[in-house]
Ligand binder design. Structure first.
Ligand code: PLP
Length: 384
């Protein structure tokens, strides 16, 4: 049988099963048990003080952020189009309109210089995405938001263990959402967390999390009984998931180190293709520390990409494309509108190739992948 080189393989820390058994033994299997609390403490410590709430997905955390931002029908949320559907869906569920702004050529993150022109009296929030764990330009974005009285929501789904000017991503906006989906660096199968950095949103975040009740206050002994006080939903994961996640978080620094090693090996291996203008490697600004979430190459044209992907596939290497831009997707056309031209988004989305990257990728396997990709890129027309 020929060996396959999958794009991703979920990494286990090793102690997850033991923690899950312990969670079951404790007989608190629903949400907000001891492992959930330990994850909250871990995240709050990591993010340096803010409130953390585990959710069953990053999508759920983004939906909570839409409720917390007080979005009303017709309100607008500025965001990139080069992202996952949840970035927009979470706000469309509140009947808000996603306003798509183009991305930067270098980091593929929202182009902060185009944001201000997209602001209208209906704009309520800016949702940034830290693509591949590389930070959006948060200083500029936070000051635009302050000038216009807008919330900044970080879709930090890919950004665990990445920083911007030394600050952890997820700690800068008013609210942030992490993903612990199996495809992310730190995972619990499905999972996520909402980070609430704005102190004025903290109390309400607990209520929304607990199905619209003040149960958190009740648990702290602040009220004699809990009751229905606001809108909300069931956003908590079971403590079994939290037990799994805690072990992942505790191994996170090590997992990130391994990923960065693999990422750096790719960067070195493809530097000559980059220099020759055949395939561009990622750009990491010097004030950003990334987390090795994605290694991509930007080839010259869409037709070129299809040829390269087919050649890789023929040699069992699962290199894959990434987002189909939201602005031109059927639901994007129906629910969103353009806040700028989409020239960069359309161009990069049609040229991007992601290479296999997971902790179980050993040096031999990676050398094979590099060799296959290098040959697949041969005779490729130079990028402009
Ligand atoms: C993965 C991802 C999500 C969704 O995360 P889930 O935990 O699967 O809901 C949202 N936004 C971005 C940018 C992502 O990469």
């Amino acid at each position: 049988m020929t060996k396959a080189y999958p794009f991703n393989r979920p990494t286990l820390a090793g102690s997850e099963v033991e923690a899950i058994l312990d969670a079951i033994e404790r007989r608190h299997i629903s949400g907000n048990g001891s492992y959930t609390k330990q994850c909250h403490n871990w995240l709050q410590n990591y993010i340096r003080g803010s409130k953390a709430l585990l959710t069953h997905s990053c999508t759920a955390a983004l939906e909570m952020s839409g409720i917390l931002a007080g979005l009303e029908p017709g309100d607008e949320v500025i965001m990139p189009s080069f992202t996952f559907t949840s970035t927009a869906n979470a706000f469309v569920l509140r009947r808000a309109t996603p306003v798509f702004v183009d991305v930067r050529e270098d980091t593929l993150n929202i182009d902060e210089t185009l944001i201000e022109a997209a602001i209208t009296p209906k704009t309520k929030a800016i949702c940034v995405v830290h693509y591949a764990g590389v930070a959006a330009e948060m200083d500029a974005i936070m000051s635009i938001a302050a000038r216009h009285g807008l919330f900044v929501i970080e879709d930090a789904a890919q950004a665990m263990f990445a920083t911007y000017k030394g600050r952890p991503l997820g700690s800068i906006g008013h609210m942030s959402a992490f993903s612990f989906h199996e495809t992310k660096n730190i995972m619990s199968g499905e999972g996520g967390a909402l980070i609430v950095n704005d102190p004025s949103l903290r109390e309400r975040s607990e209520i929304i999390w607990e199905k619209g009740t003040d149960r958190a206050k009740f648990e702290r002994g602040e009220v004699a009984k809990y009751s229905w006080v606001d809108v909300g939903s069931s956003f908590l994961p079971s403590d079994i998931i939290a037990a799994f996640l805690l072990k992942q978080l505790e191994s996170g620094a090590e997992i990130t180190r391994s990923r960065l090693e693999i990422w750096n090996r790719y960067q070195t291996a493809f530097q000559h293709k980059h220099n020759a203008g055949v395939a561009r490697c990622p750009t990491i600004p010097s004030h950003c520390a990334h987390n090795g979430h994605i290694f991509f190459l930007l080839v010259s044209e869409a037709c070129e990409r299809d040829r390269v992907l087919a050649r890789a596939r023929a040699e069992n290497v699962s290199s894959i494309i990434h987002y189909v831009p939201l602005h031109s997707a059927p639901a994007g056309l129906r629910f969103g509108r353009l806040g700028s031209t989409m020239a960069v988004t359309d161009s990069i989305a049609s040229r991007l190739i992601r290479l296999p990257l997971h902790v179980q990728l050993d040096e031999g396997d990676q050398s094979y992948i590099i060799d296959v990709m290098t040959r697949a890129l041969e005779n490729a027309p130079a990028t402009v």
